[in-house]
Ligand binder design. Structure first.
Ligand code: GLN
Length: 271
């Protein structure tokens, strides 16, 4: 089967099985199997596709596995990150946080950064690559996620990986920037999430009863790891824009910023 035939077959297979976004998912798995980027589809319409490998991908999608896990990697900011079961899938909203951080870091000489709850490393490793003079500590508790973090950090020598829980006391130097996209979903909301999101690790999503547990520890413990002029940048849930200001009580200024969809999504705080 060639790429073009594989694509139309996949669209009908996924559509007939009630998989949402059948077009995009079909295009992505076909290009993945063909070893090309989605935007190279037209130039490679006549290439040969290994149907066995494609069939595996289509069955995984039919069973509700997230597209990103099926193809095993995902674009984020300026690189590709390995992802799979046990690690949170990088989101476009989080790219905006990285953009903000990189802009801020341009003004700091050899900055030290701490990325809390690193997961795949999409935040910390993207910063390490974009700001080569920086030193980035990436802290991740989950063993599974840590394996992805290690794999993704290959060749990035200014990133230091720590497999630990941010609720523990971790001996680390003070930073110019502490950044995090911590778990922030309320525990009782987890059950109501889309089926595909439920395939992502609970540990990466569950922010405790009110969804704010991680922000509390960041305020109580991690604020002390900031240099006097240091900045805290966080991703938050769209309904947390007001409460986060109270939670970050050790900070003098707390600014809430919106994402590309117009929802409260980021916080920039200073001591
Ligand atoms: N920092 C990672 C991300 O933004 C993981 C976040 C998490 O596990 N909550 O994707």
């Amino acid at each position: 089967m060639n790429v073009k035939e594989a694509y139309s077959y996949s669209v009908s297979f996924l559509g007939a099985n009630g998989v949402d976004e059948a077009d995009f998912k079909a295009l992505t798995v076909v290009c993945h199997v063909a070893g090309i980027k989605n935007n190279e589809y037209h130039a490679h319409r006549d290439d040969f596709v290994i149907t066995r490998q494609l069939a595996d991908c289509l069955w995984k999608l039919k069973s509700g596995e997230p597209l990103q896990y099926v193809v095993g990697k995902w674009d984020f900011y300026e690189s590709e990150f390995y992802v799979g079961e046990g690690v949170l899938i990088p989101r476009p909203e989080t790219e905006e946080l990285v953009e903000l951080a990189v802009k801020q870091l341009k003004t700091v000489d050899a900055p030290v950064i701490i990325d809390l709850c690193s997961g795949s490393g999409c935040i910390g490793l993207s910063i390490a690559k974009a700001v080569p003079s920086s030193k980035v500590y990436c802290i991740e508790k989950s063993k599974d996620a840590f394996e992805y973090l290690k794999k993704n950090s290959d060749g990035i020598y200014n990133a230091i990986l720590i497999n630990d829980d941010i609720f523990n006391d971790i001996d680390i130097e003070q930073a110019d920037l502490i950044i995090s996209n911590p778990p922030y979903i309320k525990t009782d909301v987890l059950q109501t999430l889309q089926d595909e999101v439920k395939k992502e690790p609970v540990m990466a999503l569950d922010g405790g009863t009110d969804g704010l547990d991680f922000y509390r520890v960041i305020n109580d413990k991690w604020s002390k790891k900031l240099k006097p002029n240091g900045v805290l940048m966080l991703e938050i849930g769209e309904d947390q824009g007001k409460t986060i200001i109270d939670v970050l009580s050790d900070f003098n200024s707390v600014e809430v910023l919106k994402d590309m969809y117009g929802n409260d999504r980021m916080v920039v705080a200073k001591i």
